[in-house]
Design a protein around this ligand. Sequence first.
Ligand code: NDP
Length: 329
Amino acid sequence: MLYRSLGRSGLKLSVLSLGSWVTFATQVDEASARDLMACAFERGVTFFDNAESYAFGESERLMGRAIQKLGWPRDRFCVSSKAFFGSVPQPIPTQHGLSRKHLVEACHQALSRLQVDYLDLFFCHRADPDTPVEEIVTTMQHLIYQGKILYWGTSEWPAALIETACRVAESQHTEPPVMEQPQYNLFVRKRVEEEYRSLCQDSGIGLTTWSPLASGVLTGKYAPGESISSDGGRLRLPGYEWLAARLNTVTGTRQLEASRKLIALARDHGTTASQLAIAWCLSNPHVSSVILGASRKSQLLENLSAVDWVHRMSPELTKEIEALYPDPE
Ligand code: NDP
């Protein structure tokens, strides 16, 4: 495993991490989740990503029980939570957003569900136009002072708002956000590569990126024109109709075609489309950690081996991969 600094902070994360969205407590039961976590940990993964909203808190509960059962020393792993969407199906105003009330409650609930004394990373899962940035910054500072969180950051915030949060923190002599969690894959690149460029270069924001395989599409397993759930993947699951709908658009068809070409390119290089897609994410030096998703161990093992490709990503290979989908979002 390789490790990279989380932006300007002193924390180093494994460059590949494991997330639990749409898998833990939905596709994956407790024993399998524990197996996935053990498999990742044994191969050097130190960061496990979660959020209050994943399976309405069940994903955090399951991860917490796994951590207890596996008996990991607290200094060997990092765990995150994210607040914004709430952890119940229809949250009332006190139960979601980024108000001080909800951030404090969400943090306490995550600590209890994950059975840890502190969260290593605590994210504002989306921007909240109803809460002043000053309130968010001071709440995060209180949580840090109380030893309940170590680092705080954002997920899918506009760059300008993150810059404002950094300025507010500087003027208050408090801890600024140090990380952002954006989507980043061959189809979705502009926010990371353009909008966040100066945040990463000048403000020292580190990125823990999500959906490296565009929800599995970049594995190439969904062929254009075929039944897109033919492999028994997540598209059969209730709630993921959005992915099927997206793949049935013109853009979706182009993405499926690019994925098929990625398989061929990977084959020529003696690897798999997943490994190339993940290694490509890591070829961006601003990416601190790529968060993997896996519904079974064979997927995780394949994806973790992408780390062997990081040093083999020549500029020529990078160009070839990017040429497969020249108009990313
Ligand atoms: P990916 O794009 O990597 O998709 C993962 C899914 O792809 C798996 O669940 C599996 O689905 C399929 N898959 C993975 N590997 C393989 C393989 N080798 N062969 C075939 N199929 C494979 O990541 P996610 O979209 O799941 O995101 C990863 C993590 O990022 C999440 O768990 C979460 O922690 C975080 N995240 C954060 C967000 C945010 O707003 N901050 C938003 C979304 C995710 P299946 O088997 O069902 O086909």
